[in-house]
Every structure is written in C-alpha cells, then in structure tokens.
Design a protein around this ligand. Structure first.
Ligand SMILES: C[S@@+](CC[C@H](N)C(=O)[O-])C[C@H]1O[C@@H](n2cnc3c(N)ncnc32)[C@H](O)[C@@H]1O
Length: 414
C-alpha cells in the first residue's frame, strides 16, 4: 500500500484551522514541555545545530497556548480517533486539566508512563526516569488494537489456565464440572499491554539519532500508532520536530501529516523520510535477562568482592566500588573458552577509551603463566587466580586437566 506523508512549516494553530473536521485518526502531540529552557543540539558530525525555545511568561501563558491548540485538535480528530499527549512533570498537571475540559473526563483512557533508564546526575533528589503520555479518545467508540505482553516469570501457570469463579463466601476458586474436574480457561495470549512502557531513550551513538533536541525513539511511536490505528489511517503530529512520528507511520503504512514551526525541522523530517533508520534495541529484543545471563557465570567468581556488575560492555564484568590508586578499577573473569591473553585483550579493548583506570583479571583456567616467566614483566593488568583455581592448585588437583600450578596474583601484560 502506498502511503503519503505531508509536511507543513508554521504555527500548528494556523494549519489546524485550515484542516477539514474529523479528518485524522490519531494525533500524537509532543510540544515544548514548559521546561523554561532553550533546547539545542547538534548533528553527530557537528555540521548542523538545531534548537527550539521553551520559555514562557508564566503557567497561564503556557496553558493558553496548549488550550487553543488542543481545542482545534479535537475538531480535526475523527469520531473513532484518539490523541496521545506527551508531557513531563513540568506541566502534566496543567495539560491533564485542559484535556479533561476539551475531551471530557469520560474520554480519558490512560496515563501512560514512559519509563527509561538514566545515568545518575548530581542533583539532590530522585532521578527523573519517566515522562507522561495522556491518552484520550474523542468518543467511547474509539479504535483500539489490543496487544499482549509475556507473563511475568512469577506467574503461576495453573492460575492462568484454569477458570475461576466466586464461591458462596465470595472467595475466588477454580471452576469445576459436576464431577469435580477443573475447567480450563482456554489458551491465553499473555497479559494485555500495561500503561507503563519501558522503552530505551536513544543513546548518544544510536544510528537513529539525527541530532534534534528531545528526539523521541521510533519504537515509542510504533507502539502508539499500532495501538490506535490500522494501515491506511491518517496520523497527525502538529509539533513534529525531526519527524519521528512520520517515520514510524511510513514504516507501518499509515498516512501522516507533520507540522513544525521550524523550517529546519521540516527539512530534517523530509530527509529522514527518504532514508528512515530505526535503531534496534538489544535490551528489548533479547530482554534484560540476556545481559544477566552473560554475567552469571562470571559473577560466581566475584562473590565477596564489592563491585557494580557491568552488563552492557562486552569485555568488562564489573566496576570495583573501591578505587585503586584513585583510579576506577574494572574487572573481568576469564571465560571457559578463553585463553588468559584473550581475557586480558578483551578488558583492555573495552576500557581503552575510559581514561586512566586499573584493570583486574580473575584467572579461572590453568593457563596462568609461571611466576618466573618474563611474560608478566609489565604491569598494566593485575591477574588474580580465582579461589577455585588457587584451591585446586594447592591441593594438587587440576580442574582443567592441565599441569597443576600454584598461581599467585601478578601484574601481566600478555
Ligand atoms: C519536543 S519537540 C518535538 C520532537 C519530536 N517529537 C521528535 O521526535 O523529533 C517540539 C517541537 O515543537 C515545535 N514547535 C514549537 N512551537 C510550535 C508551534 N506553535 N507550532 C508548531 N511547532 C511548534 C518546535 O520547533 C519543536 O520542534
């Protein structure tokens, strides 16, 4: 199916005035959030800078701006359509009241919490790790495609599969046939998608990142578009910025309309539509467990060591909580299929752009070099035998079938 993407430069209020009533099926709104800042950033190669202003006289002037535009959005939305309004703690209290008054409280559907991981900042107080998306429909006859998530690992399969009823004391019990057999509830698809969405923020190196300030991930827009529209429907983004919504709509075969007051943003949107890039998230595809699994074997050799596990850097298993000689100290455990020189090469490679640091390797195999060898004359990696390796060497056994040794900690540069 061929879909079209239309873009317009200008204040969305004026453009919304010119649009026919009830002509769009979904509106995603990602306006300035009332942060009282100018948001700026540059493209990765530094060749272009973008910015938008988010500074207001007071909360009334912001509320006026939002109210005028939401009222027009209500007019252009079809009877089965929905609006998803993105905001954060700066003005979510203002936005919610305006949406209630224009769309009515009966058409409030969800307050979606977009949760993402953040690195620590130095501010006193709780680290901000979510934004809010208000979901309202125009009527109660709104289009909605249900999606399912996997059950949590703690879910009891019997509870899912067996039908439940209330007994005489209003207690939930398994439904049974007259013969006492438990009645099955049929097959299940999973748990309906909740209103807390864990979708990673675009990291600074993500291919999808085009250098636009506050750019949202295509994955977030995919989820919204799939929930509220079908192929061939029309999606409107009146504050489209770098065009994330239009890119997602195009990939999902929906028509789209993007408006932005900045001509640079509209140019960027058009460029992105020519070559849409979506970053895949290893975290989402494999799940957080994949990272934990990776480090599980290593972590048994780190018991009793005070460290922070590192899951996402291939060559590093942990960061010691205590600095060594005032330097951060990284640790890696030798893998079963890895020669010691490979372990050392792996941690060196992973830490080469981390500035001055101390490297610790825990040797688990019997390829620990002789103490007299000149192979460990240099001193940039501290290699320590694992407890199991030390013990088996001292007991004369050899867990790996090689030559028994009595390894001791040594600085090596293999
Ligand atoms: C938060 S950014 C949108 C980011 C976008 N969702 C993305 O993923 O790139 C808000 C955008 O609103 C635009 N804007 C501000 N006032 C506007 C107005 N009155 N009409 C249309 N766009 C406006 C800004 O230029 C900015 O690009």
């Amino acid at each position: 199916m061929g879909v079209n993407a239309k873009t317009y430069t200008g204040d969305c209020l004026n453009l919304l005035m010119d649009m026919p009533p009830e002509s769009v099926d979904l509106i995603y709104v990602d306006p300035p959030f009332f942060t009282q800042k100018v948001h700026s950033s540059v493209t990765r190669d530094g060749s272009q800078a973008f910015s938008f202003r988010d500074i207001w006289i007071n909360d009334n002037s912001y509320a006026d701006f939002v109210y005028q535009r939401i009222a027009r959005m209500h007019d252009v939305l079809s009877g089965t359509g929905s609006i998803f309004f993105h905001c954060d703690k700066s003005a979510s209290h203002i936005v919610r009241l305006i949406l209630d008054s224009v769309f009515s409280t009966e058409n409030f559907r969800s307050e979606i919490v977009w949760h993402f991981k953040r690195w620590s900042n130095s501010k006193k107080g709780l680290l901000s790790a979510h934004q809010t998306i208000f979901f309202y429909s125009k009527t109660d006859d709104f289009k909605f495609n249900t999606f399912y998530q996997e059950y949590s690992p703690s879910t009891n399969i019997d509870q899912i599969m067996q039908k439940r009823v209330r007994d005489d004391r209003n207690k939930s019990v398994y439904a049974r046939t007259d013969d006492g057999a438990v009645i099955s509830n049929g097959s299940k698809k999973g748990v309906p998608l909740s209103d807390v969405w864990e979708i990673p923020f675009l990291n600074p190196k993500a291919k999808e990142r085009v250098g636009y300030p506050t750019q949202k991930p295509v994955r977030l827009l995919n989820q919204i578009i799939k929930l509220a529209t079908d192929e061939g429907d029309v999606v409107l983004d009146p504050f489209c910025g770098s065009g994330t919504t239009l890119v997602a709509a195009q990939l999902l075969k929906r028509h789209s309309i993007g408006i932005d007051i900045s001509s640079e943003a509209i140019k960027l949107t058009k460029d992105r539509l020519q070559d849409p890039i979506v970053t895949s998230s290893v975290l989402l595809e494999k799940g957080a467990k994949a990272y934990r699994q990776y480090a599980k074997d290593a972590s048994k050799h780190l018991v009793g060591i005070d460290y922070l596990p590192v899951h996402r850097n291939k060559g590093i298993d942990g960061l010691l909580k205590q600095e060594v000689n005032n330097l951060p100290a990284f640790v890696r455990v030798q893998r079963d299929c890895e020669a010691l020189h490979e372990t050392i090469a792996a941690i060196k490679k992973s830490t080469k752009d981390k500035g001055a640091c101390c490297l610790v390797v825990i040797a688990t195999l019997n390829d620990f070099p002789d103490q007299g060898s000149d192979r460990h004359s240099s001193s940039d990696v501290l290699v320590i035998p694992s407890t199991a390796l030390s013990l088996s060497a001292h007991l004369g056994g050899d867990p790996n079938g090689g030559r028994p040794q009595r390894p001791e900690a040594a600085y090596l540069d293999i």
